[in-house]
Design a protein around this ligand. Structure first.
Ligand SMILES: NC(=O)c1ccc[n+]([C@@H]2O[C@H](COP(=O)([O-])OP(=O)(O)OC[C@H]3O[C@@H](n4cnc5c(N)ncnc54)[C@H](OP(=O)(O)O)[C@@H]3O)[C@@H](O)[C@H]2O)c1
Length: 435
């Protein structure tokens, strides 16, 4: 006798929700073959019942309230595709878990804020809380960290986790255009929101990074402890200088184990042009994972968009469809939520690495020497220092440091600023080692 279909309720019928419904219909035969049972949407919820979404919803029961849908006895799995860290997404996911339903969500904001609390409820009730789509869209990075790398000790995970930023930086480099021009282009093409702050200032990357950090290091999620810098201050001059030095600028999210704790940081980063991650262009995402057993692994692919995200949601649904009653499910964040270690934050000022520093200075005698002195005072050793003239009165000085600390660089730049020789705001970009 064929197993009963897995009945799913979907809340949120936007870009991702409509793609999931479309794909489930298109792939129903193949999915039933793979899972041994059908995956059947039976009920949906969104804000506006009358909106034309380009899909036929007549066969599904409609719920105005996603919380009511989440607890409905007519569904086995609740799929949350509303978005937002609180509000209806949180209430509905919690209600679903408390009512004994498995949950699939694509919501990084929700998980970065409430992931551990929700994982505890799921695990106490023997339920799955799957969220592959929440980080890097279609790239199976959650399963890779949670399942495939069991036993590995991760030392660093870093990646390009926001397609909007990577698109803007790629265009700035390719066309020599300003940040603002490329942002406008991204908005015209639908790659950036009308209010792009969340993406370009790094918040979206930080949400995703906080989830990867927990999986990689077995610690609680701590999205508020992330050092954050967006890309809006990057200029064509930085990109050109980086290229001349053999680097490319990417917005990276980096989580790294250090002697004093775990570093979580999101900032524009110079990576060697020859590295694999430097070849990741446009809206594509990539995640690199560095482990003791494996060395470095890089996963790259589509990080957003309806179909790519639906692919991850459907993979999560298929895992639930294949699981059998009474089977003990693996923990949500790779180890039982109650055993996740408290997050131990490494101070950003203790960060060690190379730095690119671009200074615009008044062309006066001794300026070059005074910069070199400030570097030496802070025990910063220089890999290179180059000066070129912009106009009669101004010069650009570009310094690349050997490995030093964030604190030393901040102090040196502060002292140079106090010396009154700068004609513009100094630019400091961290350099990241990348394979
Ligand atoms: N888009 C992507 O490429 C992508 C990639 C990875 C992850 N995600 C994540 O996937 C989730 C959904 O993203 P999306 O792009 O599909 O968003 P979206 O297009 O804005 O759709 C959101 C949906 O949620 C519904 N909704 C909002 N408030 C609701 C409420 N109170 N009750 C019921 N439904 C409500 C909206 O209803 P109406 O349509 O009636 O307004 C809409 O259908 C988010 O967590 C996002 O971060 C998206």
């Amino acid at each position: 006798m064929a197993a009963a279909p897995l009945r799913i309720g979907i809340a949120g019928l936007g870009t991702v929700g409509t793609s999931v419904i479309r794909m489930l219909a298109e792939k129903s035969t193949e999915l039933e073959r793979q899972c041994g049972r059908a995956i059947t949407p039976v009920a949906v919820s969104a804000r506006n019942r009358n909106r034309d979404r380009g899909i036929d919803l007549s066969g599904f029961e409609w719920f105005d309230d996603p919380v009511e849908l989440a607890a409905s006895p007519k569904i086995d799995v609740f799929v949350e595709l509303i978005g937002g860290d609180n509000g209806p997404a949180f209430s509905a996911v919690k209600a679903a878990l408390e009512a004994g339903k498995h949950v699939v969500t694509a919501n990084k904001a929700l998980l970065s804020r409430h992931g551990v609390e929700l994982a505890e409820i799921a695990e106490a009730n023997g339920l799955l809380l799957n969220y592959e789509a929440a980080v890097a869209g279609g790239i199976p990075v959650i399963k890779t960290l949670r399942e495939a790398l069991a036993g590995n000790t991760v030392s660093r995970v870093y990646g390009i986790l926001n397609g909007t930023c990577n698109y803007i930086l790629t265009r700035m480099e390719a066309e020599g255009l300003s940040f603002q021009e490329c942002l406008r282009e991204a908005q015209r093409l639908g790659y950036a929101e009308a209010d792009p702050t969340f993406d370009i200032e790094g918040h979206d990357t930080a949400h995703k990074l906080s989830i990867l950090t927990s999986l990689a290091f077995g610690c609680e999620i701590s999205a508020d402890d992330i050092y954050l810098e967006g890309i809006s201050n990057i200029t064509p001059a930085d990109i050109k200088a980086a290229a001349n030095l053999g680097y490319r600028i990417k917005l990276l999210g980096v989580a790294q184990r250090t002697e004093s704790g775990i570093e979580q940081r999101v900032h524009p980063t110079m990576v060697p042009t020859s590295s694999v991650i430097a070849q990741v262009h446009g809206v594509t995402n990539a995640v690199a994972i560095e482990t003791d057993m494996l060395g470095e692994l890089l996963l790259s692919g589509p990080g957003a968009g309806g179909n790519a995200t639906a692919s991850a949601v459907i993979g999560d649904l298929a895992d639930i469809a294949k699981s059998r009653p009474g089977f003990q499910h693996g923990p949500v964040f790779g180890r039982p939520a109650k055993e996740l270690a408290p997050y131990q934050r490494a101070r950003m000022r203790a960060h060690e690495g190379g730095y690119f520093i671009r200074l615009t200075v008044h062309d006066r005698l001794g300026v070059f020497a005074s910069i070199a002195k400030r570097m030496a005072d802070n025990e910063i050793s220089l890999e290179s220092i180059v000066q070129h003239g912009d106009d009669v009165d101004l010069k650009t000085v570009i310094l690349v440091t050997h490995e030093t600390t964030e604190l030393a660089v901040r102090n040196a730049v502060e002292q140079i600023t106090q010396d009154g020789i700068l004609a513009d705001k100094p630019q400091v970009i961290r350099i990241e080692r990348a394979a």
